[in-house]
Write a protein of this length. Structure first.
Length: 441
């Protein structure tokens, strides 16, 4: 009985294996017939129709489609037929290469349950009348320049590109996996004639904007590469508050700088109303192009009698580009406007006598007060009458360099940090050179 069971098991396994092989062989045979039939149908099409309805080149072929069988025979398993069409060069030695002399067609039938390829065939289709030595080709590539993960941006697939010729109707096609839409067999331009290429407004991908492309001429046999740059622009909002959190009311100047040391854009006399103004910035200056993404934007807000506010933020946040929603492409700078607290510098110019001691100059000295960046904050001249000083109002609690210039080119400087008013901060500035007598500077 044991021997019989072993023999029986072996026979059953062989029968199952034989049945599986027979089934696969039948599937492949029917699939090969299906692929062959599809190739013949494609070769019978007009050249301009050889392409897929959603691909590049575009055409009348639908892919993928369900494949059930052929010539009355059922494949016996759910399967799909996929057709891909791409441009190809003729690669004839000594001839001009257009990159689009023919179309390469690949037809494959795969089993749905495990994606096993049952049959595959390749063919090339050429136009009946080829004049590649007298025509040109335009290859338009759509690049997302806002994606800075790549130095040259990221190419975009399945974007419809429109080519407008000097005469006749525009042509359109969608970009392939390399981000390129190819337009072959184009008539060369003559004189001032030009072609133009771009993305029509309805075809611009969601949340994207595109930059204009200059018109161009086309020579015989030329393959003209044209770049269409697109990106998802960002929006900056500015909201100003008082120290207590309520809305700040007033007029401010806003400066936006794209990146550290980058280009700055000014938006002056922005009115913030009592109801709470949310100022919107969408362009690179008044009338400029939309703001680029993935940049560290520095914002500087200035208003009379208020402390200057600076802030920065990378928009959008890391990993949020390309964005799915407009919210991901915006940022709100909510800043507090604090009144400037002034202090008073009480400045005098002095000289050292040769006989010892210090004398206060009474002839008037020119005074300049500069901040740590060298910017002039205040200036004046010391009085020629007692107490021979000049009092200058500047923001308190900031360290300044005070410079005095007297007669004969004598100068001196001193550092000073004023306390808040009403306290006076005395600043004696000693001029160089000794005074033998008198009180002149």
């Amino acid at each position: 009985m044991v021997v019989f069971a072993i023999v029986a098991t072996g026979i059953v396994g062989a029968l199952v294996s034989s049945a599986s092989f027979t089934t696969l062989s039948k599937e492949r045979t029917i699939a090969e017939q299906g692929v062959s039939n599809q190739i013949e149908k494609i070769r019978a099409l007009d050249y301009n129709s050889v392409g897929t309805t959603t691909g590049n080149p575009s055409g009348s072929l639908v892919s993928p489609i369900a494949f059930n069988g052929v010539n009355g025979e059922n494949v016996g398993v759910p399967a799909s037929m996929t057709t891909t069409v791409t441009y190809a060069s003729a690669d004839v030695p000594g001839s001009a290469q257009t990159g689009a002399d023919a179309k390469k067609v690949v037809v494959a039938i795969t089993r749905n349950k495990d994606s096993k390829v049952l049959a595959r065939a390749v063919t090339y289709v050429a136009p009946k009348f080829q004049a590649s030595q007298t025509t040109g080709v335009v290859q338009a590539t759509v690049t997302d320049i806002g994606n800075n993960t790549s130095p040259s941006g990221t190419v975009l697939q399945n974007v419809r590109v429109t080519l407008t010729p000097p005469t006749g109707s525009p042509a359109s096609d969608v970009t392939d996996a390399s981000g390129t839409a190819t337009f072959p067999g184009l008539t060369p331009t003559v004189g001032s004639q030009t072609y133009s290429v771009g993305i029509a407004t309805p075809d611009v991908p969601p949340l994207y904007t595109r930059l204009p492309v200059a018109a161009f001429g086309l020579s015989p046999t030329e393959i003209a590469p044209e770049s269409i740059q697109v990106y998802q622009p960002v929006t900056l909002y500015v909201a100003l508050r008082k120290p207590d959190g309520t809305n700040w009311v007033g007029t401010a100047n806003i400066t936006v700088t794209a990146g550290s040391g980058g280009t700055s854009y000014s938006f002056n006399n922005v009115n913030f109303a009592a109801a709470g103004t949310l100022y919107t910035i969408t362009s690179q200056g008044t009338g400029g192009a939309p703001l680029l993404p993935n940049i560290d934007y520095f914002v500087r807000i200035q208003a009379a009698t208020y402390t200057t506010v600076t802030d920065d933020e990378i928009v959008p946040v890391a990993g949020a580009y390309p964005a799915a929603t407009a919210t991901d492409l915006s940022y709100t700078f909510t800043e507090t406007m604090a009144p400037v607290v002034n202090g008073t510098l009480d400045i005098t110019a002095t000289r050292i006598r040769t006989s010892g001691g210090t004398v206060t100059c009474q002839s008037g000295a020119a005074i300049q007060v500069r901040d740590s960046g060298g910017a002039l904050v205040a200036s004046g001249t010391t009085s020629t009458s007692s107490p021979y000083d000049v009092q200058l109002q500047v923001p308190a609690s900031v360290t300044y360099t005070v410079t005095a210039t007297g007669g004969g080119g004598r100068t001196g400087s001193a550092a000073a940090t004023p306390a808040a008013n009403p306290t006076l901060t005395p600043v004696p500035v000693a001029l160089n050179g000794l005074s033998t007598s008198g009180t002149n500077c």
